[in-house]
Design a protein around this ligand. Structure first.
Ligand code: DAH
Length: 350
């Protein structure tokens, strides 16, 4: 018994020395195997317990276990020291190296163009209105006086949403029709109706937003793009107000040398209707004197009737144009698809 107890302390000291001296994790593992592994020296001592007498065992067992706990604690401590050391950089840190810059993000060119458009209109008292992109046929077409056989309503031209109950207000809803009445809005004009349904005149809104058409993507088309709609309703509103407003905004957006002209056109929700062309150093750079940029007109009396405004009392104008087109002309971009690719080499230029 005395012999057994006498062996514990020197063996423990030898083990502690070796564990603490281990210079790396591999050496530490070797030291652990040497003492605490299944054929280790300390494990061998533990195994000798079995041969002691019944009286000797409790004291010897206690002493040897206290030593074992101490060795295991030393092992854990040294292991965490060595792990920390392994994780630290091998080379000394050079504090004179330049810092790592975090590149500052930028607004997307379409967002920049939209914000500029909104800012110009705010100066003259317009507020931003919003409406749903998943729209019903009534707000997108019927309420805007767009007839049931208009090509814009064709399955080939518009994204219809399947499995929605037909809208009871839609003019094309009939038992034979298989066309569902919910769709992705083809223009922001639907928001004119939504706003007029909710408020009485005067109305002065602009509506930037995303729209959808079944176009194949090419340099000038994309199945989703952005528009800005404008609507002004009050007493005695004239085409002159429309022209003055459009001219003010386009001069702000495209430079003070910008000129605009109106050409007669047809839209079912305005009468008379016009297309707006503009001319500026930017259009000349593109090899053209005049570029078509927007549609507009005086709000059709039927549209007022549809929202419960008295067309004898109220008059107004509306317009709509594509934001991509504005941004392309402003920045000299020749392919609309570049806006949607999220290529930083492109985006960083604006
Ligand atoms: N909604 C038309 C389009 O998508 C643009 C437009 C034309 C809007 C005339 C209007 C308008 O408000 O009066 O091409």
């Amino acid at each position: 018994m005395a012999g057994f107890l006498d062996q514990i302390e020197p063996l423990k000291q030898a083990a502690l020395t070796e564990l603490r001296a281990a210079g790396d994790l591999a050496a530490l593992e070797q030291a652990r195997v040497n003492y605490l592994g299944s054929h280790g020296k300390f494990t061998a001592l533990l195994k000798q317990l079995g041969s002691l007498s019944k009286e000797e065992k409790p004291a010897a067992g206690k002493a040897v276990n206290v030593a074992k706990v101490e060795l295991e604690a030393a092992l854990v401590e040294r292991r965490s020291e060595l792990e920390l050391k392994a994780a630290l950089p091998q080379e000394p840190t050079d504090f004179t190296l330049p810092g790592r810059r975090r590149p500052l993000g930028k607004l997307h060119p379409l967002t920049q163009a939209t914000e500029d458009i909104v800012r110009s209109f705010r100066k003259i008292g317009f507020v931003v209105a919003d409406g749903p992109e998943v729209e019903d046929e009534y707000h997108c077409f019927d309420a805007l006086n767009t007839p049931a056989d208009h090509p814009a309503r064709d399955m080939q031209d518009t994204f219809y949403v399947a499995n929605r109950p037909p809208n009871p207000e839609s003019s094309i809803q009939n038992p034979e029709s298989s066309i569902p009445s919910t769709l992705l809005r083809t223009h922001t004009s639907s928001v004119q109706i939504r706003v007029m349904e909710k408020q009485q005149p005067p109305v002065r809104i602009i509506v930037p937003g995303r729209v959808y058409r079944r176009d194949n993507a090419d340099a000038t088309h994309n199945p989703t793009f952005h528009q800005v709609e404008g609507l002004y309703v009050d007493r005695n509103v004239t085409v002159g107000d429309l022209k003055g407003t459009v001219e003010f905004v386009f001069k702000e957006l495209m430079g003070s040398e910008t000129r605009i002209r109106f050409r007669p056109h047809y839209f079912s929700y305005t009468e008379p209707s016009f297309e707006i062309d503009f001319s500026s150093p930017l259009t000349r750079k593109m090899g053209k004197e005049w570029l078509e940029i927007a549609g507009c007109g005086m709000v059709h009396p039927q549209v007022f009737e549809n929202v419960g405004y008295d067309p004898e009392t109220w008059s107004g104008w509306a317009f709509g144009f594509g934001i991509e087109r504005i941004a392309m002309i402003r920045y000299g971009i020749n392919d609309i698809r570049l806006f949607y690719e999220n290529d930083l080499r492109f985006l960083k230029q604006f």
